[in-house]
Design a binder for this molecule. Sequence first.
Ligand SMILES: Nc1ncnc2c1ncn2[C@@H]1O[C@H](COP(=O)(O)OP(=O)(O)OP(=O)(O)O)[C@@H](O)[C@H]1O
Length: 301
Amino acid sequence: MLQSVIQTHELSYRFADQQVLDKVSLQVNKGSIYGFLGPNGAGKTTTIKVLLNLLRSDDQNVFLFEKEISANRSLVLAQIGSLVEQPAIYGHLSGRENLKARAILLKVKDDRISAILDLVALSAHADKKAKNYSLGMKQRLGIGLALLHDPELLILDEPTNGLDPNGIIEIRKLLMRLTSEEGKTVFVSSHLLGEIERMATHVGIINKGKLVFQGTIGELQQLSNEQVIIETNDLVEAANTLLAGGYPADITEEYVTVPFTDAEQMGAMNTLLVNSGSTVYSIRKTKKDLEQLFLSLTQPL
Ligand SMILES: Nc1ncnc2c1ncn2[C@@H]1O[C@H](COP(=O)(O)OP(=O)(O)OP(=O)(O)O)[C@@H](O)[C@H]1O
């Protein structure tokens, strides 16, 4: 049976007169990488702060590890590592020393430090001062600090913000390793679909405080409409021919588009066009356009 790591039941939250979260019901299961997507200001950070009990929900509708959070605060938080906003790093200390300082605080054994440095791929830079780290290295050190006490769940708020492509790849590899090799659960927010798509097993999309989609990446893809793209010598004539043949054709400056149904439909449209005198330069199916879908889900309501 799937073990629930995060669950919220119709979580709502207000800042003064602004409804920031509106009946958000999250379901995150053990071992998943849950990508929490939404445009700026959608409510991602607020959700994360409620999950970490930094902001309180009075309705007792937030459950971590199947326990209501307010009543089990310290027990639950001990099993979570988090990175919200900037990592708390001492610039004048090396990566290793930063980990050591936190390890003393948390009463974590010393041998865990080199294991963490390996895990976050910082062993080669362990003795360099953290102020000289790249942004990506700082983020990885931040994640390393969050992992010191070996938490079950890692909650990260936009960990790749401001990173270059290599930095993003490193974080992605790290998070995938954490779930596949260490059995952790990762809840990670982002406003970039492309980033989440490459690593997440599950996705929640929030817009203006409402959860507009929740499911697996595959389920998200099923929502996306594939199109047939047709290039011909005369687009208007081709579109009219297709419309007359019962195909819901549309036209852009460069091609005619028709919602894809199956390969036979593509063949039949090709035959119809050729038989009616069009010259078909190309006919192809678009890839599922998740970006377009994401944009349509997060348009202003
Ligand atoms: N402390 C606060 N007081 C009042 N309003 C706030 C506060 N914190 C956030 N908000 C408002 O709540 C809404 C959601 O903000 P939140 O930071 O959760 O969004 P987000 O999805 O994390 O966006 P971003 O990626 O820009 O941080 C915004 O309209 C924001 O202005």
